[in-house]
Design a binder for this molecule. Structure first.
Ligand SMILES: NC(=O)c1ccc[n+]([C@@H]2O[C@H](COP(=O)([O-])OP(=O)(O)OC[C@H]3O[C@@H](n4cnc5c(N)ncnc54)[C@H](OP(=O)(O)O)[C@@H]3O)[C@@H](O)[C@H]2O)c1
Length: 311
């Protein structure tokens, strides 16, 4: 089967590259990973040409415009990459019976809800990035509305970290330089490992060299547990100290602050908690829960492992 991965140099794209090298996913498949230089997602002609030339049976879209604050002044490019591009990929999949695996975000919610968000909760993004990601979700759903072939999965994650720039790396860099840090403590969510998300995604859509017969839809995909940015910073610093890093900051010298004390261009949701019940049920139906190596590994265990692997 031909598998096409967009965004190969992003955090999630790199995780997919690694995951797809596992023999169970690699054997019998022709895998093409592309970046911006191979296909600029703001150019519909380039996307269509690539799809028509390579003829993928599985499209994994790990690419996105992810500059949340910059998006406030670059709405056109954010919508082109996050909404129009996945819409084109989905139209291809719906026409030719392919599968598309796409990724979205907790930022499609305004975060004013008490408790965890379900997939059926109405979207109400606060900023341009979230609006563009929500438009991408809608474009995919609409592309499949009248199709009887093909499948789509939209996995919504939160607070992603992997091989690339992310909050954990920023905190550890600052902890090397400063004796005290201030970190927001009133936004809540689940840090999601890109490696974990790529593993879940591959199992959901791939059965060796066959497409898996999962139920099309939007699914929340985050590891068990929740924290705040402050809680994540404390754990990252403690894990680094345990691994022998020389830092100026300890968890005790991290000061919790409120969102209002750390203004940003784009407003973020205060509550990013996502229920994964729907995905759990689907994975059980497919007999995958016991096969997925890290499905039940809590976020804090995954963060500790990640930090220990950083050089
Ligand atoms: N990061 C988070 O905290 C987070 C949280 C929840 C959900 N998500 C979602 O998870 C997915 C992966 O995020 P990530 O953190 O892995 O993103 P990332 O590290 O920022 O990577 C995004 C990739 O998309 C590529 N890209 C951007 N614009 C492009 C264009 N015009 N043409 C071609 N490629 C383009 C980038 O290429 P360049 O390097 O050339 O720009 C980069 O390789 C996204 O759908 C994102 O919305 C992310």
């Amino acid at each position: 089967m031909n598998i096409l991965v967009f965004g190969k140099d992003g955090q999630l794209g790199r995780a997919f590259k690694e995951q797809l090298q596992h023999s169970s996913f690699h054997a019998g498949n022709t895998i093409k990973l592309v970046d911006r230089s191979d296909c600029d997602l703001s150019d519909s002609y380039q996307i269509t040409s690539l799809l028509n030339n390579f003829r993928p049976q599985l499209i994994i879209n790990a690419a996105a415009y992810t500059a949340v604050d910059k998006a406030e002044s670059e709405s056109d490019i954010a919508f082109a990459v996050n909404a129009d591009a996945p819409g084109l990929m989905a139209k291809y999949a719906a026409q030719y019976g392919a599968t598309i695996l796409h990724f979205s975000t907790d930022y499609v919610f305004d975060g004013f809800k008490q408790g965890v968000h379900q997939e059926v909760d109405p979207c109400s993004p606060l900023g341009v990035y979230g609006k563009s990601k929500e438009a991408g979700e809608r474009a995919i759903v609409e592309a499949f509305a009248t199709s009887v072939v093909g499948r789509y999965a939209i996995l919504r994650a939160s607070w992603l970290y992997g091989d690339g720039n992310n909050f954990i790396r920023s905190i550890l860099r600052l902890a090397k330089e400063r004796s005290a840090l201030q970190v927001i403590d009133d936004q809540h969510g689940a840090p999601t490992s890109a490696a974990w998300l790529a593993e879940v995604g591959c199992y959901l859509v791939l059965d060796g060299s066959q497409k898996r017969q999962f139920t099309s839809g939007v699914y929340h995909a985050v590891p068990p547990g929740e924290t705040s940015w402050y809680g994540l910073a404390c754990l990252a610093v403690q894990s680094a100290l345990d691994a022998g890093w020389q830092l100026q900051t300890s968890p005790a010298s991290i000061v919790p602050i409120s969102t209002s004390e750390y203004p940003s261009l784009a407003q973020r949701p205060m509550n990013s908690r996502l229920s994964t019940n729907k995905l759990q049920i689907e994975l059980e139906r497919l007999g995958l829960v016991s096969k997925l190596p890290h499905w039940n590994t809590p976020w804090d265990e995954q963060v500790s492992t990640y930090v220990k692997q950083l050089s």
